[in-house]
Design a protein around this ligand. Structure first.
Ligand SMILES: [Zn+2]
Ligand SMILES: [Zn+2]
Length: 421
């Protein structure tokens, strides 16, 4: 079992008095108080490098911390070790006959899973095992100028997909370091449509997931709608009538679900004035799905657009509007395309599911979802080379924390992203 020291819990009589030492005398920074109501405890975390100190004060006389202080006085209460897979850690200990307080994980603070090992097994120390929750996505709205164009990376909330499916043939011990899975093996993702503002109007590239999902898929994909595309548009002083063109990289639900919305019993275009720009062959594939891609193509996302006469089909690669050009990659879907945005010698590329996150920079890190993974690989190898050489600004549609940046490569082939947005 691999474990990292997460924090040391210190039971105190009075947190404010304890801060006179830890904060004022030692000069450490202290985080805002956190009430763990189920445990009748108020906690103050003090970051100290990789691990933290946690000051614990009881908020009720029947709290375990109150009993501890009454019996033994203030002092070290527990040591917390962070593990990657708490279920596996518990099984590992059970198999060795170790006495546990919790024989299965239970929810801790901030979405973490925790379990305690009995002090009698750990030579007098109460040990807490903890599996941290994946971080929530970073959903700030950020803009930059690219020549004569204005680019804004919007967002349509967070969601999660199976980590194994997101990394294809890459073994979990490699990907889980970059994208920590939750207790259902899902990794945190975001959806980030791109807004292009130009003299010819406003274009949104992809539309996010939208609000049509029922409770079951909402649970399966952990849809997080606390902040979504409507909020992002409002923040920019825009609304659903402000968009002139909506361009699809492909018609999967996590890219074009937000193209339509429910109005009473009817399904309508989400952007009331927009022309929806869709590659004709992708439309063919999406409206004739097979067993392998049916779960990703949901007719309610795009068929109502045809009914409303809102679609403009195009057939081939090329310039869609001045400065906006599509290039078919294939691979992920047969007609998957990326979008080059170019002005005055500067280039940004919206790479959609070709490189869904910054964890997918290495060539063979290709999604299991891809219908033609070798096509993805071939295109990606060539493209990343080009992107590094020509300093393309890459927009990562699904990355939970990095919206856009430059891909860099060291002499030994190790790649990273220099974050811009
Ligand atoms: Zn897709
Ligand atoms: Zn996707």
């Amino acid at each position: 079992m691999k474990a990292i020291l997460d924090h040391v819990g210190i039971a105190v009589q009075d947190v404010e008095k304890a801060l006179a030492f830890y904060r004022d005398a030692l000069g450490l920074e202290v985080e805002a108080p956190e009430d763990v109501t189920s445990q009748h405890v108020r906690a103050r975390f003090i970051p100290t490098g990789q691990a933290s100190l946690e000051l614990l004060e009881a908020t009720a006389p029947d709290s375990a911390i109150a009993k501890f202080v009454d019996k033994r006085g203030p002092g070290i209460h527990h040591v917390t070790l962070r593990v990657d897979d708490i279920g596996a850690a518990i099984e590992h200990l059970k198999a060795r006959g170790i006495r546990l307080v919790d024989d299965r994980p239970r929810p801790g603070a901030e979405g973490a899973l925790v379990a305690f090992i009995h002090p009698s097994a750990a030579h007098g120390v109460l040990i807490e095992l903890k599996q941290a929750a994946p971080r929530r996505p970073t959903l700030a709205i950020k803009s930059l100028s690219l020549g004569d164009l204005r680019l804004t990376v919007l967002h349509d909330g967070g969601f999660r997909l199976d980590g194994g499916a997101m990394f294809g043939v890459v073994p979990k011990p490699l990907w889980e370091k970059l994208a920590p899975p939750d207790d259902r093996n899902r990794i945190q993702l975001a959806t980030r449509p791109l807004l292009v503002e130009a003299a010819w109007g406003r274009m949104i590239v992809d539309c996010g997931i939208g609000d049509k999902m029922g409770p079951k898929p909402t649970d399966i994909y952990a849809l997080d709608r606390a902040q979504h595309l409507d909020h992002a548009l409002v923040e920019l002083g825009l609304d659903s009538s402000s968009i002139d063109f909506a361009l699809a990289t492909h018609l999967h639900f996590d890219h074009f679900g937000g193209a339509t919305m429910r109005v009473g019993d009817a399904l309508k275009p989400r952007f009331t004035r927009a022309r929806y720009l869709i590659r004709a062959a992708e439309w063919e594939d999406a409206t004739h799905p097979h067993e392998r891609n049916r779960a990703s193509y949901l007719p309610e996302d795009f068929v109502p657009l045809a009914g409303a006469g809102a679609i403009e089909f195009f057939e081939t690669d090329g310039e869609i509007k001045p400065g906006v050009r599509v290039v078919r990659t294939g691979g992920h879907t047969g007609q998957h395309q990326i979008v080059y945005v170019e002005s005055r010698g500067q280039t940004a590329v919206f790479v959609a599911d070709l490189i869904p996150t910054t964890a997918h920079l290495q060539d063979p890190w290709v999604m299991g979802y891809d219908l033609f993974p070798v096509d993805t690989l071939m295109f990606k190898k060539h493209f990343i080379h080009e992107a590094i050489e020509r300093e393309y600004l890459i927009v990562f549609e699904h990355d939970p924390h990095i919206a856009a940046g430059y891909i860099r490569e060291t002499a030994n082939g190790k790649r990273s992203v220099e974050q811009v947005l």
